[in-house]
Design a protein around this ligand. Structure first.
Ligand code: AMP
Ligand code: MN
Ligand code: MN
Ligand code: MN
Length: 277
C-alpha cells in the first residue's frame, strides 16, 4: 500500500510545525503522499505543495471544516479542493469568525475554575486570534502544569460536558459538503469514532452525508482508537464509502500516529486515493 497521510495540520491552524517542517517530517517517515487539512483554511497549502514537490511527495490540497450536526461539532475533511477558489476561501473565513468570542468565553470559564490568564496565554501561541482552537487551550493547560497531557485537558475541561466547554454553532453538513464540491473537492467524515454519539445518530449522520454526495470516511485515523478501525471498515463497505487514512498529526508526541506513519487500511476497502497518482 502507498504510504499516504490524508489528514494533517500546520501552525497555520492548530498544529505546531510550519508547513515545510510538516512535509519534512512526513518525508522522513517515508510518506509518498500527503494532504494538509488545516481547520477552515487553506493558507498553508501553497507552502506545503512547494515543499512536497521538492521532497518528491504527491501533494493533496485539503481542509477540515467544522460543522454543527445534532448539537455537536463534527469535522468534514475536503480533499483535492482548489485553494485559489475565492468563494470557498470567503466561506471558510466566515466559518472561523466566532472563534475569538468563544476563546474569550473559554478563558472566562477557566478563570472561574481558578485558572487565570488562559486567553492571554493562548493568544501568545497564535499569529492571529481568529485561529484559536481548543487545542491551543489544551497546550496552555499542559504548559501551566494543570494537566499532564493535552488529551487529559480535553477530558477534564474542554470537551462537551466539561466545565470549560463552550458551545459554538459552526456551519451545517449540507453547506460544508456543498462548499467542498464547489471547490472541486470530495468530502470525507473525519475521525467518525470521536463524536460520542449513539450508533443510531452516527448512522443517521452517514445516511445524510451519503445523500448529500459525501464520498468517504476515515477508517484509519490518529484521532480515535485503533480498536475502532474494523468497525468503521465494515461501515465503509456497508455504505459504499471510499476509505481514507490520516494521522490528524498536530505536533510531535500529541497523537499516537506520527505524520506519514500509518498502519495499512483493513482489507476489502476502496482507498479514496485509488485514481489519484
Ligand atoms: P475546536 O475547533 O476549537 O473545537 O477544537 C477542536 C480541536 O481540538 C481539534 O481539531 C483537535 O485538534 C482537538 N481535539 C478535539 N477533541 C479532542 C480530544 N478529545 N482530545 C484531543 N484533542 C482534541
Ligand atoms: Mn485540530
Ligand atoms: Mn478533527
Ligand atoms: Mn484534524
Amino acid at each position: 500500500m502507498l504510504n499516504i497521510d490524508l489528514h494533517s495540520h500546520s501552525w497555520c491552524s492548530d498544529g505546531l510545525l510550519a508547513p515545510q517542517e510538516l512535509v519534512a517530517r512526513a518525508a522522513s517517515n517515508g510518506a509518498k503522499a500527503l494532504a494538509l487539512t488545516d481547520h477552515d483554511m487553506v493558507s498553508g497549502v501553497v507552502e506545503a505543495r512547494e515543499a512536497c514537490e521538492k521532497a518528491g511527495i504527491h501533494f493533496v490540497p485539503g481542509v477540515e471544516i467544522s460543522i454543527t450536526w445534532g448539537g455537536r461539532s463534527v469535522h468534514i475533511v475536503g480533499l483535492q479542493v482548489d485553494e485559489n477558489n475565492q468563494d470557498f476561501i470567503s466561506k471558510l473565513d466566515a466559518n472561523r469568525s466566532g472563534r475569538v468570542e468563544r476563546a474569550v468565553e473559554i478563558g472566562r470559564r477557566l478563570e472561574q475554575l481558578g485558572i487565570p490568564g488562559a486567553y492571554e496565554g493562548v493568544v501568545e501561541q497564535v499569529s492571529d486570534p481568529i485561529v484559536i482552537s481548543r487545542k491551543h487551550f489544551s497546550r496552555f493547560l499542559v504548559d501551566a502544569k494543570i494537566c499532564s497531557t493535552t488529551t487529559e485537558a480535553f477530558e477534564q475541561y474542554l470537551k462537551k460536558g466539561r466545565p470549560a466547554y463552550v458551545f459554538h454553532e459552526w456551519t451545517t453538513l449540507d453547506k460544508a459538503v456543498g462548499w467542498i464540491k464547489d471547490a472541486g473537492g470530495i468530502a470525507v467524515i473525519a475521525h467518525p469514532g470521536r463524536y460520542e454519539i449513539s450508533e443510531t445518530s452516527l448512522l443517521a449522520l452517514f445516511d445524510e452525508f451519503k445523500q448529500l454526495g459525501g464520498a468517504g470516511i476515515e477508517v484509519v485515523t490518529g484521532s480515535h482508537s485503533r480498536d475502532l478501525y474494523p468497525y468503521f471498515a465494515e461501515l465503509a463497505k456497508r455504505y459504499g464509502f471510499l476509505a481514507s487514512a490520516g494521522s490528524d498529526f498536530h505536533a510531535p508526541g500529541e497523537t499516537y500516529l506520527d505524520v506519514g506513519k500509518l498502519p495499512p487500511l483493513p482489507d476489502g476497502l476502496t482507498p479514496i486515493w485509488k485514481d489519484w497518482f
